[in-house]
Design a protein around this ligand. Sequence first.
Ligand SMILES: Cc1cc2nc3c(=O)[nH]c(=O)nc-3n(C[C@H](O)[C@H](O)[C@H](O)COP(=O)(O)OP(=O)(O)OC[C@H]3O[C@@H](n4cnc5c(N)ncnc54)[C@H](O)[C@@H]3O)c2cc1C
Length: 440
Amino acid sequence: MTRTVAVVGAGAAGLVVARELLREGLDVAVFEKSARTGGTWAYNPRADADPLGSDPASPGAVHGSLYASLRTNLPRELMGFSDFPMTGRVFAGDARAFPGHREVLAFLDAFAEESGVLERVRLRAEVLRVAPLGGHGERWAVAWRGEDGEVAEEVFDAVVVCNGHWTVPQVAKIRGIDNWKGNQMHSHNYRVPEPFRDQNVVVVGMGASGMDIALEISHVAKEVHIASRYSEDRLGKVELHNNIWMHREVDCIQDDGKIRFSEGSAVAADIILYCTGYYYHFPFLDLDGLTVDDNRVGPLYKHIFPPKYAPNLSFVGLPMKTIIFQSVELESKWVAAVLSGRATLPSEEDMMAAVREHYRHMEEAGRPKRHTHVILPNWEEHMNWLADQVGEPRLEAWRLEMLEKAVRCALSLDERYRDRWEQEDNSGTSALKHSLGSKL
Ligand SMILES: Cc1cc2nc3c(=O)[nH]c(=O)nc-3n(C[C@H](O)[C@H](O)[C@H](O)COP(=O)(O)OP(=O)(O)OC[C@H]3O[C@@H](n4cnc5c(N)ncnc54)[C@H](O)[C@@H]3O)c2cc1C
């Protein structure tokens, strides 16, 4: 009998999982709580009522965290799927190398439609609970609420969780924050720069969003101060900009209300904008032996299968700091191959041993628990390991080169890097791309 699989979420991960499951001949139902597919890439101008998004009753009430001006931080060559590339075709009239969010959404729409996945998606269907039937999840009961508010329960052979992890804000706890009289916001709720006009802003965190937002608000704000633990080699005013300064991490709020940074300087500010990332959050799961502890979802074998419930429960899309679309595609191919019986997993004990080994390596390298799914510095090895499991080619050299270049460009704090990319001869990368011809 055909095995049935429920997929939770119809973002990039859920869509590509569904395609791979269908290719393996499985019967798929994708549950999507919103009114459309595309997940994160469906820009929502609305933000949470609480600018910090930390209301414990509804953490991250609005799913999306995109800002209006957002362009991808990876070039389109790194944002497609293996046989459905983003190159060679324009989806919403934005042919730029680093397109705006509408182009990515239109790409995902085309992918959903042309892959046949769309007809498997149930929109406005929110999964409320996923519970194992049998001690190790031999089958799974999925309770979900439809558009009419009715709650139904269905049983599936397997469940793949793809609910995204860019929604529930992580807010750094600052010493002395009780002395703070100004405003606070998390980047989850940042949409446009206008509210920052003439303000002195402290941006905490220097990830992709932190840098983009700091640059954007610098055009309207009085001063922008970026606080980051990765800034030590370029403290002080940023050369390219009149009103941006780099600092080390925030040390505390002083008694006089100023924000002090670890290098010793202090500034008076109007608003703290936290670009400090997100929590993994699975409100529909309450499973014995599977926890989210300091942002470590575990235990998970290769960030995907919880050994106790494998193979019938899996997670796709958890790894961060990688080529996300390619990673979710490889993860999906492996999950689909395992569920169809084409690939097998090690025993529960062996998977647990591998997880313990991973944790031990992290500890030895001094990496904090909260970075468990930050796949750097082993992302290449991880992707190649996945590719080997499913007989896919290993990562091509030009992809690595291109990713490294994109990261370097973003860190330069030169806001024109995306447009410059197109004018430049991307030497090594373009030569390699050329030699790959129509594969792109
Ligand atoms: C500001 C920002 C910029 C980014 N820029 C890039 C970039 O340039 N390049 C890149 O590759 N990646 C980027 N990313 C990462 C991006 O999130 C991934 O590319 C990708 O979209 C993740 O897809 P996903 O399917 O895992 O999650 P999501 O896109 O978040 O999709 C999850 C889906 O699950 C649904 N869902 C959640 N809970 C339930 C439930 N209980 N029941 C039913 N449905 C549910 C949600 O409604 C949503 O549709 C960016 C992310 C952010 C926040």
